[in-house]
Design a protein around this ligand. Sequence first.
Ligand SMILES: [Mg+2]
Length: 305
Amino acid sequence: MKTGYLIDMDGVIYRENNLIPGAADFVWALHATGTPFLFLTNNSAPTAEDLAVRLKHLGIQGLSPRHFYTSAMNTADFLGETDPGCTVFVIGEGGLLTALHERKIASDGIHPRYVIVGEGVATMERLTKAHECLERGARLLATNPDNWCPVSSDKTRPGAGATTAFLEASSGRRAYYLGKPNGYMFHRARRKLAELSRSEPEQVVMIGDTMETDIRGATEAGMQSFLVLTGSTQIELVGDYGYQPTRILQSVADLVEEVKTGKPCDRLNRPAFVQNGKHGEKFGHRHQTDMLAFYKPRPRPAMTK
Ligand SMILES: [Mg+2]
């Protein structure tokens, strides 16, 4: 069966500025066998060109911008498809501005139809302007729901979800979050993967390290999902989730032989070692969408009066 792969980056291919062992071999095996693949990231700051350069410096050669799909591109696709000709006020970086520009979506600081929030520097001046646009009726969109993003093993930075939460609080409007785990991200990624390959893959597998985005989104989109333990998820916590990955792998290195030979690998699903707890406890919700449960009124059971 022809398989295509959607591959998360941080925690799957690299951590900080280090390539995860076996990641280069895995990407090489995909290339060598003509297996379709697409890197999928919630980081809306870089362009696809930036990401290809970044992976090249980390030691993965032969990638071009067409191998990447970011939450910024997903947001621009969403607007291009659902509201072509709309105008936007943007808080974000080059990756988001480029994606919007490519789809001919114009910037508008006076009466935009949407305020779009992505990763990156949000000054109080920009936030104030965005707030005013929302008060004048603009809709609030976020490229992704991540409240924070890892920078190193003991450091994070605020993400687009946190900036969006600021504007939700000040304006009283709820945002719509694109990027993983939104089904639109997976729908468009699957379409792009089919465009990249000569014939459409019969099955699509998402490989990721985060339950709430990678595994949840793939499950809801009807795809297989492989969780790798080289990133943010500790094996002991996997059982807490209502959705489960199709497979749990130590790392993408476990897939190299399988991609080369087409035969399922016997290194899969072996008991995972527990890491040293370095990525340990951090308070709060990792993603802005994880908080939705608190806002939803609980439906009354059907048969009670
Ligand atoms: Mg990740």
